[in-house]
Design a protein around this ligand. Structure first.
Ligand SMILES: NC(=O)c1ccc[n+]([C@@H]2O[C@H](COP(=O)([O-])OP(=O)(O)OC[C@H]3O[C@@H](n4cnc5c(N)ncnc54)[C@H](OP(=O)(O)O)[C@@H]3O)[C@@H](O)[C@H]2O)c1
Length: 267
């Protein structure tokens, strides 16, 4: 029971985490998942990732000490009602629900220790940017277990809970901003005469390589940008167009609005 992980909710976030854990070498027999009613969804997870699935929350709680709550915020009350009778003092609950405070999940679960995690979809390939925050009842061993779990899925930072809405706006929603940028780059490449396949490959490798260079050199992105921008060169012309189009301001506004929305959804 100590090392097994039980997913309450078996949707896209649960699958991203399960896929990442399997990729990181976790034994499928140590991962359980349950959902509300869709048996075929559980079968899909069992067949795709070799994990154990069950419609029975008692079975998940009996096998796993760490429970990952991955339902939509609107389904929390019902899921918690069904979970409560099976919780024991040794359980810890990791909630990935966007916007829902630890205190609220704790109340629904009669005071079980609750950790809030905000992973993002690249967890599926062990490249998540995950932030963790802790409820009042979370002790050192629970923290260490959560950090160790999410570190298998990528990079982990610990933040105050108040910062999680901003984390959601930057990192939770962030992959979608990057995908939009990639879509635009591919489309512009095609309009400039490249084949769709070549444009896609170039855009993908450029985003990947740019991030890898920051990661591996530890350089500031601004420094790298200045280094590739020679006076009156092509990059300078392109960057000028981006700024005329309000690129930096638009990203600032995207993060502000997504933060506000995360706060609203949590109410
Ligand atoms: N997607 C992301 O990038 C992302 C990132 C960070 C956090 N999150 C958070 O992750 C959570 C899940 O999001 P998602 O996109 O994975 O949602 P989803 O695909 O709709 O999956 C929700 C899952 O919850 C299950 N569920 C609902 N009520 C339940 C109950 N009473 N008992 C057990 N399971 C129940 C559903 O089962 P049925 O299918 O049987 O109804 C389904 O498997 C959300 O709270 C979201 O805020 C998502």
């Amino acid at each position: 029971m100590d090392t097994a992980i039980g997913f309450i909710g078996a949707g896209s976030m649960a699958e991203a985490l399960i896929r990442g854990l399997r990729g990181a070498g976790m034994d499928g027999a140590q991962i359980l998942a349950t959902n509300r009613s869709r048996r075929e969804r559980l079968d899909h997870l069992r067949i795709s990732w070799g994990i154990r699935v069950t419609p029975d929350k008692a079975e998940v709680c009996g096998s796993a000490r760490t429970l990952i709550l991955a339902v939509k915020p609107g389904d929390l009350a019902q899921a918690a009602r069904e979970l409560r009778p099976h919780l024991a003092p040794q359980h810890r609950v990791i909630s990935v629900l966007a916007g829902v405070r630890c205190a609220s999940v704790e109340r629904h679960l009669d005071g079980a220790p609750v950790i809030r995690a905000m992973p993002n979809l690249p967890a599926a390939v062990m490249a998540s940017a995950t932030a963790l925050a802790y409820g009042r009842r979370v002790g050192g061993d629970h923290r260490a277990a959560a950090v160790s779990l999410f570190s298998r899925l990528g990079q982990t930072v610990e933040v105050r809970e108040e910062a999680l809405d901003a984390v959601t706006a930057v990192a939770g929603s962030g992959p979608a901003y990057v995908y939009l940028f990639m879509e635009a780059l591919i489309e512009a490449g095609v309009q400039a005469g490249l084949s769709p396949i070549v444009a896609r490959d170039l855009a993908l490798q450029t985003v990947y390589g740019a991030a890898k260079l920051v990661r591996e050199t530890g350089s500031d992105p601004g420094d790298l940008r200045r280094r590739v921008t020679s006076p009156n060169g092509t990059t300078m012309a392109g960057l000028a167009a981006l700024e005329e189009g309000g690129f930096t301001a638009a990203i600032g506004e995207a993060v502000r609005r997504a933060t506000r929305r995360a706060t609203e959804l949590g109410r």
